[in-house]
Design a protein around this ligand. Structure first.
Ligand SMILES: [Fe+2]
Length: 261
């Protein structure tokens, strides 16, 4: 099982006029992962680990994430900064000394491939030829049984006008073409939109995770603003069985189970 946390926006001071304490929310999300039975085999984070990309934010978040005993893989989102991310994250994930922070790993028959779509200082994403080349190599090096691709920016429109204007703006068509030849890719896992959304992409499923902090109002027609919403924080849990993924939405805050009779 692979837990997917997204859009932590970890900040040392609360956001939105003090109303959203993302450091506290990250702690609660980690608590929720630790409560899972069985424990996930790995955790992936689909970007926006921090709000401001500050080294001190990554360091404080890293202290919280250190409570997770399983392997962790992450890619940056538009709120992240590569250098600060690299400085802290290279202790747990083998990263190149410069350039994009793509990652590939094998996990019991599941190929995990993370793509860095960050364009520094821009909200939209990009997958350049180098990133597509990394993906092609990473897929070819896999067993061909099952691969989960993860990246921050969705490669498709989700219908929320303002978010669609800052989605993956370059490389989406090339990615779609490449995935048509790779039926082993069970999911394209994204963040960025702070809502749980599913859509067909190539011959696979694109699954956008909610945030473990604030969510986003589904303003389908507004192009002027992105509004945050305090819906319950949640994350995704992907269970891979015989090469096929089944994805569950898990709320961070535990609710009371009703005993069966
Ligand atoms: Fe975000």
């Amino acid at each position: 099982m692979i837990a997917q946390l997204s859009d932590l926006h970890f900040s040392l001071t609360p956001l939105f006029g003090g109303r959203v304490d993302t450091a506290h929310m990250a702690r609660r999300a980690i608590d929720a992962v630790l409560r899972l039975e069985p424990s996930p085999d790995a955790v992936i984070i689909t970007g926006d680990l921090t709000e401001h990309g500050l080294p001190e934010e990554y360091a404080a978040l890293e202290r919280e994430l250190a409570r997770l005993p399983m392997p962790l893989y992450a890619v940056p989102g538009n709120h992240d900064r590569r250098d600060a991310f690299r400085q802290v994250w290279s202790r747990r994930q083998s990263l190149p000394e410069a350039g994009p922070l793509h990652v590939a790993a094998d996990l019991g028959g599941v190929r995990l491939i993370g793509l860095d779509t960050l364009v520094e200082d821009q909200p939209h994403g990009r997958l350049d030829p180098e990133g597509l080349g990394f993906l092609a190599q990473a897929l070819d090096a896999g067993t061909g049984d099952c691969a989960l691709l993860f990246m921050h920016h969705p490669p498709l429109d989700c219908g929320i006008a303002k978010m669609d204007s800052i989605r993956l703006q370059q490389g989406a068509a090339e990615l779609e073409r490449m995935l048509l030849d790779h039926p082993e890719v069970e999911r394209v896992l994204c963040g960025h939109v702070h809502r749980n959304i599913q859509a067909r992409f190539a011959n696979t499923i694109c699954n956008i995770a909610p945030s473990v902090a604030h969510q986003i109002v589904p303003d389908f027609n507004r192009t002027d603003v992105i509004r945050a919403l305090l819906d319950p924080p949640a994350f995704l849990l992907h269970r891979v069985k015989r090469g096929h993924a089944i994805s569950h939405l898990i709320y961070v805050d535990p609710s009371t189970a009703v005993a069966s009779e």
